[in-house]
Design a protein around this ligand. Structure first.
Ligand SMILES: NC(=O)c1ccc[n+]([C@@H]2O[C@H](COP(=O)([O-])OP(=O)(O)OC[C@H]3O[C@@H](n4cnc5c(N)ncnc54)[C@H](OP(=O)(O)O)[C@@H]3O)[C@@H](O)[C@H]2O)c1
Length: 241
């Protein structure tokens, strides 16, 4: 049997630029994928692009309307899909960028949004799936980090701090789950090719940017038995950027 055929994957933010490619890669590999979405239309777009909807052979896709920074919404997601203890794979592709201001010009709302989407999201999700993974002594967790979590340049302090925090969180988590057959890793993109980045940087050459589908293949590998010796790692996926 294919490794992914009996696996359930939760992809948070699976309708985003990277998340949707992660869903498509996991579905193509045969996994049962549960994704969060916030806009029904975005989920419909994902269904339309998913292998099963294209007549592909594999995977099944379920969508859950959830704001994972809202405790009540996150709790509903946990109760409905995670407490069963059958989540094998967690990929957190929720995140957001804010920048362009100095620290003293930033506001608390942006600070809280960066921490909520880039740090709290991973904490809420990991805490929810881990009891089940520990019970079954099996699991794969992939955090989507950012190069900004290492390179703390001017004008991106809140984003950098939130991503650095998430790297630390998943580093510690990886250490904590060493007794179990649970793999915890981060992928670390620099910029990648998304419609939002193309709009924001019209004079840049997107040909130089990694494609989300390429990064999704790295994530798929990190969820496979072939990568079992990679644990507690932060894998750069910068391409040539
Ligand atoms: N894009 C880049 O160049 C780049 C570079 C380095 C790192 N990264 C990181 O890579 C990850 C994915 O980036 P991306 O460009 O694919 O982002 P994206 O297209 O904006 O996707 C983010 C996803 O998260 C969802 N989301 C936002 N707030 C949420 C909430 N409160 N609850 C549940 N879902 C929520 C979004 O849903 P809605 O669309 O409905 O808001 C969307 O599906 C992020 O962590 C980002 O920081 C991106």
């Amino acid at each position: 049997m294919n490794h992914f055929d009996d696996k359930v994957a939760l992809v948070a933010g699976g309708t985003g630029a990277l998340g949707r490619e992660v869903c498509i890669a996991l579905l193509g590999a045969g996994a049962r994928v549960i994704t969060t979405y916030r806009q029904q239309q975005e989920f419909q777009n994902l269904i339309a692009d998913a292998p099963s909807a294209r007549g592909g052979k594999r995977g099944t896709l379920t969508g859950v309307d959830a704001d994972i920074t809202d405790p009540a919404s996150a709790a509903a997601l946990v109760n409905e899909h995670m407490r069963a203890g059958n989540i094998d794979i967690l990929v957190n592709a929720v995140g957001a960028y804010a920048g362009g201001k100095n620290v003293w010009e930033e506001d608390l709302t942006t600070y809280e949004r960066m921490l909520a989407l880039n740090l709290k999201s991973g904490f809420v999700l990991a805490r929810a799936v881990l009891p089940g993974m520990i019970r079954q002594n099996r699991g794969w967790i992939v955090n989507i980090a950012s190069r900004a979590g290492y390179g703390h340049s001017a004008g991106a302090a809140l984003y950098s701090a939130s991503k650095a925090g998430a790297l630390a969180l998943f580093d510690s988590l990886a250490d904590e789950v060493k007794p179990y057959a649970i793999n915890v890793n981060s992928v670390v993109p620099s910029i990648f090719d998304t419609p939002a980045n193309r709009r924001a940087m019209p004079s840049a050459d997107p040909a130089l940017w990694p494609k989300p589908a390429q990064i999704a293949q790295v994530i798929l590998f990190l969820c496979s038995p072939e990568s079992s010796v990679i644990h507690g790692a932060a894998i750069p996926v910068y391409g040539r950027t």
